[in-house]
Design a protein around this ligand. Structure first.
Ligand code: 13P
Ligand code: SF4
Length: 358
C-alpha cells in the first residue's frame, strides 16, 4: 500500500437550511386505513415500494409486506432496476429517486416528498463541482451516490458507502489519482484503508457529523462489553472508537455476527427497526449526538428522511404526483457511472457492504 495522505480541497460550500425533524403521530385508526389504501393503490397502479432503512418503521414494514424492498442506497437502485413494476415509489431522499429514474427511464418514479434532500447533495452544487473537476482534470472523478443527477453526469464512477473501498482500491491499483466528492469523512476513511491518492470535496452529512467521540467514550465506559457499530460518514474521532465500520447493510450484518449483548450504533436511528428484526434480544443504544453543552439539529435522525410518511405516500399514489424527472441529456451521462458500479459489484462479489465483512 502507498502512503499518500488525504488532501482536503479548499472549496467554499453553499449555505442551505436544514429542516427541523418533525414526526407527525398519525392516530392508529388512520394508520390502518392508510396502510390498506396504500396496499390497494400499489396493486392498482402496478407500483412497488422501495424504502431506505432510515425511513420510519411503518413505511419499512409496508415495503416488506407488499413485495417491495427495504435496503441501502446501492441495493435500492439494484432492486428497482430488476423489478418488473412500471412504477417505482421511492421512500427516501431525492438522490435515491433520481438514481431510480436514471436507471429506469421508462418507469414512473414517485416520491412521497420531493423536498426530501440530503446535506451532501446540497453541499455539492454542479457549477462549483464542475469547476473543481476542470481544475483537476488529471484525476478520476468518483462521487458518492448522495449527489444530484447533474453531479453524477460529471463523474467517472459512482460509489456507495458499501462499495467505495473496493472501487477506490481497484482504481488506485490501476495507478489512478482520485477526485472524491462529496463526503469528506467517508473519503478520509477510504483513503486510510486504501492508501489511494485522493483529493476530497469538503462536504459532510448533518446527521453523522454530530456524533460525539467524548460522549461515545463515556457511554462505552458505562456499558462495558458494548460494541460500537458506525457508519463511515461519522467523523474520524468517532470511527477510531468503532468495533465495526460499514454501510447500513454492513451494520445490520455486523449486529448479526456480534457476540455482544449491547450495541451502540452510530448512524440514523431508523436503522434500529431492521437491526431489531435481526437481533431482537440485543440492547441497542444510540451513539450520543449531544451533551456537555453541544447542540444538535438532526439528532441521529435525518430530517429529510423524516419527510416520508404514510399520509404523504397515500396522497402521492392517489394523485400520481411528485414524479421524479431527470433531463435526458443529464440522464444519459449520469447512467454511465451508476452502471459502472452495478457491473463492478456484480463482477467482484454479489454484494459489498463494509470494510471488515465476512
Ligand atoms: P447507505 O448507502 O449505507 O444506505 O447510506 C446512505 C446514506 O444516506 C447514509 O447516510
Ligand atoms: Fe444525506 Fe445524511 Fe440524510 Fe444520509 S443521513 S440522506 S447522508 S443528510
Amino acid at each position: 500500500m502507498t502512503t499518500n495522505s488525504t488532501v482536503l480541497a479548499n472549496v467554499a460550500l453553499p449555505q442551505f437550511d436544514v429542516p427541523f425533524t418533525t414526526v407527525t403521530d398519525i392516530p392508529a385508526a388512520e394508520r390502518d386505513a392508510l396502510r390498506d389504501e396504500i396496499k390497494q393503490l400499489l396493486r392498482a397502479q402496478d407500483a412497488v415500494l422501495v424504502a431506505h432503512y432510515y425511513t420510519e418503521p411503518a413505511l419499512q414494514a409496508l415495503a416488506d409486506e407488499t413485495g417491495g424492498h427495504v435496503s441501502d442506497s446501492l441495493d435500492m437502485a439494484r432492486f428497482g432496476h430488476e423489478h418488473q413494476a412500471s412504477t417505482l415509489v421511492v421512500a427516501g431522499v431525492r438522490f435515491m429517486g433520481e438514481t431510480a429514474k436514471i436507471l429506469n427511464p421508462e418507469k414512473r418514479v414517485l416520491m412521497p416528498d420531493l423536498h426530501a434532500e440530503c446535506s451532501l447533495d446540497l453541499g455539492c452544487p454542479i457549477d462549483r463541482f464542475a469547476a473543481f473537476c476542470d481544475e483537476h482534470a488529471n484525476r478520476t472523478v468518483v462521487v458518492y451516490a448522495n449527489t444530484s443527477a447533474a453531479v453524477k453526469a460529471r463523474a467517472d464512477w459512482m460509489v456507495t458507502s458499501g462499495s467505495a473501498e473496493a472501487v477506490i482500491m481497484h482504481l488506485s491499483d490501476r495507478g489512478e489519482k482520485i477526485l472524491w466528492a462529496p463526503d469528506r469523512y467517508l473519503g478520509e476513511y477510504i483513503q486510510q484503508k486504501t492508501g489511494a491518492d485522493m483529493l476530497l470535496w469538503p462536504g459532510s452529512c448533518v446527521v453523522h457529523e454530530e456524533f460525539k467521540a467524548r460522549e461515545l467514550h463515556e457511554l462505552v465506559q458505562a456499558h462495558p462489553g458494548a460494541e460500537i457499530l458506525a457508519h463511515p460518514e461519522s467523523p474520524p474521532s468517532v470511527l477510531e472508537l468503532a468495533d465495526y465500520i460499514g454501510s447500513t447493510t454492513g451494520i445490520i450484518q455486523a449486529a448479526r455476527r456480534s457476540k455482544a449483548r449491547e450495541l451502540i450504533v452510530a448512524t440514523d436511528r431508523g436503522l434500529f427497526h431492521k437491526i431489531r428484526e435481526v437481533v431482537p434480544d440485543k440492547i441497542l443504544l444510540e451513539a450520543p449526538t449531544a451533551g456537555h453543552g453541544a447542540t444538535c439539529s438532526s439528532c441521529a435522525h435525518c430530517p429529510w428522511m423524516a419527510m416520508n410518511d404514510l399520509r404523504k405516500l397515500a396522497a402521492t399514489l392517489r394523485a400520481g404526483n411528485n414524479e421524479i424527472t431527470v433531463a435526458p441529456a443529464i440522464a444519459t451521462r449520469a447512467v454511465v457511472p451508476i452502471k459502472r458500479l452495478l457491473d463492478f459489484s456484480k463482477q467482484h462479489q454479489t454484494r459489498i457492504y463494509g470494510a471488515n465483512d465476512a
